[in-house]
Ligand binder design. Structure first.
Ligand code: MRU
Length: 359
């Protein structure tokens, strides 16, 4: 069984094994290790929608393999019909979640590859799709390493680092995005402390970030989301590093709900605020954060905790899964090609003009 970097005891977030797609069920962590062999494309859609696989880069990789699952029993079809079915599955798979651009990035890249492949039969087109999904998977791992290399200097001996949600190894197929500088600094023997926000309502910080950092031997302390500003006010945080699900052309970005409040608090206390992301999370077609679609999830996730109601019966609740932080609160984007600083409109476009998501 393939395992995730650092976690010899944990299965990989995503594994392609002999034509099967295996997903580590992130809703069961940290106390249960369950791997799902995803039967069909409907199950891939549900796994994304229900957060069994989550985190922007991991969603992109899962979607790429998801299209292989969609087409694996269609290799006897005439090639034109195979292509038409592929396109229909791709359009549908993209609807699983709206905010993480990596989902449509992965799906669109697979479609582009299919279009560019001159195949005379469906079986060879299917093989080409599997190879492309494996490339997306391998690239994701090296993008994380690049982010780690460029972000490591942000973490100095004795620093306090605050992060939100899980932009960790579990959200990718490598060493994570926000956690990449953390793991790189830890590997380099630097001593520092991480504060992990618990991340209401689904507790990705408590269940996933705290878990994976602890497994890796990083000094991590779990805090309530509502404690973050107070921890900052005490001088315990030298840098905030978060992940993102979509970065607009002007540098506004979407991330897990609560990120905006952290950015405002960090600005108030003069704490550098960095956003770690691979180029697959850039959406230079979207001009600003105002145009990013924010996923609104079921109110039940807010009114219930671990299956039990914590609010009056029939309580109304709002559950926006993400918020948008304006670019003026961002010190820099830590990417696989280096740290991108303001003015973001120009710097992002210059560095990533050749990427698939660039306009
Ligand atoms: O709803 P989730 O758990 O998919 O939200 C994930 C996040 O907000 C992460 O910070 C983001 O995807 C960055 S992933 C490296």
């Amino acid at each position: 069984m393939a395992s995730q970097p650092f976690f010899q005891t944990l299965p990989a977030t995503i594994e392609w094994r002999d034509g099967d797609l295996l997903l580590l069920d992130q809703t069961r962590l940290p106390h249960e290790i369950v791997v799902e062999n995803v039967a069909d494309v409907q199950a891939v859609w549900r796994a994304i929608r229900e957060l069994r696989v989550r985190g922007a880069p991991a969603i992109g990789v899962a979607a790429a393999y998801g299209l292989c699952i969609a087409m694996r029993d269609a290799t006897a079809l005439p090639v034109a019909q195979f292509r038409a079915e592929l396109e229909a599955h791709a359009n549908w798979l993209e609807t699983a979640r709206p905010t993480a651009v990596n989902l449509s990035w992965g799906v669109r890249r697979m479609l582009r590859h299919a279009r560019d492949t001159d195949a005379s039969d469906a079986a060879s087109l299917y093989r080409a799709l599997v190879e492309e999904a494996k490339r997306i998977h391998a690239e994701d791992q090296s993008l994380c390493e690049g982010i780690g290399e460029h972000g490591m200097p942000l973490i100095r001996e004795g620093s306090g680092v605050l992060t939100h949600c899980n932009a960790g190894a579990l959200a990718t197929t490598g060493i994570g995005t926000a956690t990449a500088p953390i793991y790189a600094a830890h590997r380099a023997g630097i001593g520092f402390k991480v504060y992990a926000d618990e991340t209401r309502p689904l507790l990705q910080g408590a269940r996933l970030t705290a878990f994976e950092l602890q497994q890796a031997g990083v000094d991590v302390t779990l805090i309530m989301d509502s404690a973050a500003a107070s921890i900052m006010s005490q001088g315990l945080v030298d840098v905030v590093i978060v992940g993102t699900d979509r970065v607009a052309a002007n540098g506004d970005f979407a991330n897990k709900i609560g990120t905006l409040g952290l950015a405002i608090a960090a600005h108030h206390y003069g704490i550098p605020f960095y956003v770690a992301c691979p180029s697959s999370t850039l959406d230079l077609h979207t001009a600003s954060g105002a145009r990013i679609e924010i996923e609104e999830r079921d109110a039940h996730e807010v009114t219930h905790l671990a299956g039990r109601s914590i609010a009056p019966d029939a309580m109304q609740a709002r559950n926006p899964a993400f918020d948008v932080t304006p670019h003026m609160l961002v010190s820099g984007f830590v990417t696989e090609r280096g740290i991108v600083r303001a003015p973001f409109e120009r710097s992002l476009r210059t560095l990533f003009a050749a990427q698939g998501n660039a306009a």
